[in-house]
Design a protein around this ligand. Structure first.
Ligand SMILES: Nc1ncnc2c1ncn2[C@@H]1O[C@H](COP(=O)(O)OP(=O)(O)OP(=O)(O)O)[C@@H](O)[C@H]1O
Ligand SMILES: [Mg+2]
Length: 357
């Protein structure tokens, strides 16, 4: 059991700075998910914490202890990699036993831990097989099992589900969540899948180009994105953005529509008069009917998903996406008007792209 902290953590390769001074406190038993686009420094951050990569500046603490120069095996951390990194010539049992043998654990204890863990993961019947004789999902479980038997203070996962098909992904995701509830260890989990981030995390850390863009609970990140980047990254389909400006007590979209400035959305609208802004609206926050503000546009593409339907329509210069009930099936080319829930709109400064609160 352990907390983790980064203090101005930096990593450079030559003159190229990859991680640019990250400050983060992760509580004991917390499940923290690092998300962000490809190349933003997620794996690098995890590898520095595991001790697989030197740091270029700052500090890493595990518990109260600065571990900057501690070799990986003295950090009490277990890491599960995207490609599982199992030993191909060892059986499942031997894969799981390896790190325990290195630590000179008595054979009885090793057997007991592996039996317990294998049962928890439902791989008890696979212990004599080799990785090549397992499915992707089974290999993934073995990789987790190998980490769990060590009973580390901190688990690190680097995109552990990205090699699995969609259905298995959902299943193993549930297992990881259950695992955390059962053993309660601190988990730091890297993904670029925002569904994994939303469903697993106590807190999400959104990284952008080596810096923290926002830290918050999944609810905070979804409901109060700090920037257009966060608004656009979390949520699927992505948040719609329309250029707009504030005129008196109204928000005027460049496409023509006009919204009353809602108290919750903009505190001091007078200070913002004339300001160029961007209005963000999630596809699921359009509404059919109601007498609130609305936008009109021309239907471009209709995608029925069964549970609901996505309508892509053009309004002014913007192309917007709305998620609507499945019975609604407009035809491409048709003009449509759709309501917007004024309490669910997001306003951003057009220049800085930061949220206006
Ligand atoms: N050994 C290295 N030498 C030089 N640059 C590197 C090295 N390792 C990683 N990088 C660069 O560091 C940046 C961050 O890489 P990192 O693997 O941390 O990204 P990531 O966020 O995990 O991305 P992905 O989602 O694609 O896995 C990338 O631009 C990468 O090219
Ligand atoms: Mg990576």
């Amino acid at each position: 059991m352990s907390s983790v902290a980064f203090r101005r953590l930096e990593k450079s390769y030559g003159s190229f700075q990859i991680v640019k001074g990250i400050d983060l406190d992760i509580a004991d038993r917390e499940f923290v998910v690092l998300v962000g686009p490809s190349g933003c420094g997620k794996s690098t951050t995890l590898r520095m914490l595991a001790g697989l990569e030197d740091i270029s500046g700052g500090e890493i603490l595990i518990g109260e202890k600065v571990v900057n120069r501690l070799p990986p095996r003295e950090r009490d951390i277990a890491m599960v990699f995207q490609d599982y990194a199992l030993y191909p010539h060892k059986t499942v049992f031997e894969n799981m036993a390896f790190s325990l043998r290195v630590r000179r654990m008595p054979a009885d204890e090793i057997k007991m831990r592996i039996a317990q863990t294998a049962e928890m993961l439902g791989i008890g019947q696979l212990l004599e097989r080799r990785p090549g004789q397992l499915s992707g999902g089974q290999r993934q479980r073995v990789a987790m099992g190998r980490a769990i038997v060590r009973r580390p203070a901190v688990f690190l996962f680097d995109e552990p589900l990205s090699n699995l098909d969609a259905k298995l992904r959902g299943q193993v995701r549930g297992e990881i969540k259950r695992l955390h509830q059962t053993i309660g260890t601190t988990i730091i989990y890297v993904t670029h899948d925002q569904v994994e981030a939303m469903t697993l995390a106590d807190r999400i850390v959104l990284l952008r180009a080596g810096e923290i863009e926002q830290v918050g609970t999944p609810d905070e990140i979804y409901n109060r994105p700090a920037s257009m980047f966060v608004g656009g990254f979390i949520g699927s389909p992505a948040m719609n953005f329309c250029r707009a400006h504030i005129a008196g007590d109204a928000i005027r979209l460049d496409g023509g529509a006009s919204f009353p400035v809602h108290g919750a959305a903009v505190g001091a609208s007078t200070a913002l008069d004339g300001r160029e802004i961007v209005l963000g609206i999630r596809p699921e926050h359009f509404q059919i009917g109601g007498d609130g503000p609305s936008v009109s546009g021309i239907v471009q593409v209709v995608e029925p998903l069964g549970s609901d339907t996505l309508i892509h329509f053009s309004s002014g210069s913007a192309t917007l996406t709305a998620r609507v009930p499945p019975q609604l099936r407009p035809v491409p080319g048709e003009t449509m008007t759709i309501g917007v829930d004024p309490t669910r709109i997001h306003l951003f400064d057009a220049a800085s792209e930061r949220a206006l609160h």
